[in-house]
Design a protein around this ligand. Sequence first.
Ligand code: F6P
Length: 524
Amino acid sequence: MPLKNQNPTKTKAWEKLQESYQELKNIDMKTLFLNDVHRKEKYTLTFNDFNLNFSKNRINDAVLQQLLELANEVDLKDGIKKMFSGDIINATENRAVLHTALRNKSGNAVLVNGKNIMPEVEASLKKMNSFSGSVISGKLKGYSGKAFTDVVNVGIGGSDLGPRMVVDALQYYKNHLKTHFISNIDGDHISETLKELNPETTLFVIVSKTFTTQETLTNAETIKKWFLSRGLGSKETDIKHNFVAVSTNLEKVADFGIAQENIFTMWDWVGGRYSLWSAVGLSISLALGFDNFNKLLTGAYEMDEHFKTAPFQKNMPVILALISIWYNNFFNTESEVVIPFSQYLTQLVPFLQQLSMESNGKSVDRNGNTIDYQTGNIIWGNTGTNVQHAFMQLVHQGTKLIPVDFIGFSNSLYGNKEHHEKLMANFYAQAEALYLGKTKEEVHLELKVANNQDKIEQLLPFKVFQGNKPSNTLVIDKLSPKNLGSLIAIYEHKTFVQGYIWNIFSFDQFGVELGKELAKTHLQ
Ligand code: F6P
């Protein structure tokens, strides 16, 4: 069954939220805290080693209730059920949406058109396990008989951002294989990457769901030429030793010259930006070992179960999505900033940009009608504390209201306490500064105490912080493959809930096609 089709702005809950917005738009969050001593605990959710504090938002119990009513009125439960059950919810492409099946650890069948897909998923995982094990152990060798030292993932969009982000985030857990990523069709970047590599000991993983993507195919052809022309004795028939592919398009992969046994399949019910859990994650499994890849899947599976079963008021992805809708559709905040306080998560924002913006950047509803309300948020950000020396000025004192997601860890991986305490002090301080701000009176007093009496009038307005700026703080114990899996799944499900409520199709991406077509005409 397709997803239900309803304009969220025509619901009773939406009407109530509009009224609440008029009341609450200027409400001071400090007053909300003063009036409710239990606010922090009430607006905190926990799940495994995750703690989400959403108390620093311009919401009260009534608004939260109305947001939950909105979710119920559009029957979000039904949407979630349909996604997990393999209904054809990607209607414009006539496909099910089952990235959750790739990490399904329940032992239960998942049906697509009446067929249980779990045996195929398990077979694919088994193949990844055995292949990555052989490469890591050195049993599987390159064309000249030497063990592999380097892996190059060649892919773009969903065939790059997920694996790249996970490998970078979990580098602490990495083995000896050096992993490289080539995505852009920028010849200079290819040359820079290849100049360090030895064709004898490099494994190329060509990842393209469609195997028609211009960037990936051009890059793969260039690499193939380089491989054959390095004067180290490699021949066309050696491609089978050093090249593998991940794709649904077996014919095109064969045309490229990759051996049948070196093809890792995926399925049309996995969207590119949701595909790191499939064989698209082969570079993850190679870089971290299959056990760690499997832990990533387990973490995502546990979040899937939470998303499926937790009541909406206790459901992390649902709460995050509803708060985001509150700002996007009522406060008209067009963007959201995500700030992980971990250098390991540098690639998280680009990953989330594709996940959220390619999914929900739509202006036509599930009925085919042009929408007259806001959909997809603009996602941006970077890692703390770098952001404090870059864009945070605008978030603190600029004219725009920009909700923030702060993501931090209670413990570091190497245990450097001094650094970690400083890092997390900044994490909490940023959320606090946004919330508290600094009043005229406080600035006045500060300047007075600093003996700056004569400058008070001149400086005072510039030193005031409006405050009352919203943020969520998500604190996780210590970065691991498992909790990274859960973290990614939170954002996947948040994206789904938003798209569902906005009544759009989140799993197609026709908006990327025109540019591709025009690029071809420029080449003629
Ligand atoms: O950017 C458009 C897009 O289709 C993405 O959705 C996808 O992740 C990317 O291109 C790569 O596609 P493919 O894996 O088919 O090469």
